[in-house]
Write a protein that binds this ligand. Structure first.
Ligand SMILES: [Zn+2]
Ligand SMILES: [Zn+2]
Ligand SMILES: [Zn+2]
Length: 193
């Protein structure tokens, strides 16, 4: 692998030179200024330890010192973030109308659904009766039984459903299992009472 074609600047290439220990930029003596190197960014002379080793650069170290190298990285990062923000802002700008239209549509549709729900809950006898029962149960004024009052099956409290034979009498509520409750509503009215 030591053919001159593959030679890397700063590395020994001949077989004779290569007989020593392997090349290590951290310990290798740079050819010209052995002790100090000049940073091409801050133009200061600094000891070699102030530079990161670089095997593809002739002198074996980066052209800029470690301090400058960090600064360059930071600048790149900052510029990158600025570019990213500019890009997302441009997207917002060019899609502004579409985005606003979508937001308006969403608000309209969901406001309607919310109004319908509120209307059913507050303005219909069925909704009001249910709301009154839920409220009383929540405040501990009404106790759900442990079983379905129709078939007597034991049912978890949260799965027991309140059924109103008459929505005008919200506190006359039967606690039924899902199956019995379903039957109540599927039967003709004269049979359900
Ligand atoms: Zn520097
Ligand atoms: Zn019911
Ligand atoms: Zn039942």
């Amino acid at each position: 692998m030591n053919h001159p074609k593959h030679a890397v600047a700063g590395r020994p290439t001949s077989l004779h030179e290569n007989s020593g220990p392997p090349f290590n930029p951290a310990t290798a003596e740079p050819k010209r200024s052995p002790k100090r190197l000049r940073c091409s960014r801050c133009i200061r002379l600094k000891p070699v330890t102030a530079f990161y080793p670089h095997r593809r650069i002739r002198r074996g170290y980066q052209h800029i010192c470690k301090v400058c190298s960090c600064q360059v990285q930071k600048d790149y990062h900052t510029n990158h973030i600025i570019q990213e923000r500019a890009r997302s802002y441009r997207y917002y700008e060019t899609h502004r109308e579409a985005r606003r239209a979508h937001a308006r549509k969403y608000q309209r549709e969901h406001a309607a659904a919310g109004r319908t729900r509120l209307y059913k809950r507050n303005e219909t006898p069925k909704g009001r009766a249910g709301q009154i029962v839920r409220d009383k149960v929540q405040r501990g004024l009404l106790q759900k039984p442990k079983r379905c009052t129709e078939c007597g099956k034991a049912v978890e409290a949260r799965k027991l459903e309140g059924h109103h034979p008459d929505y005008a009498k919200p506190l006359e509520v039967n606690w039924l299992c899902t199956i019995c409750h379903g039957k109540k509503h599927r039967l003709p009215l004269e049979d359900s009472a």
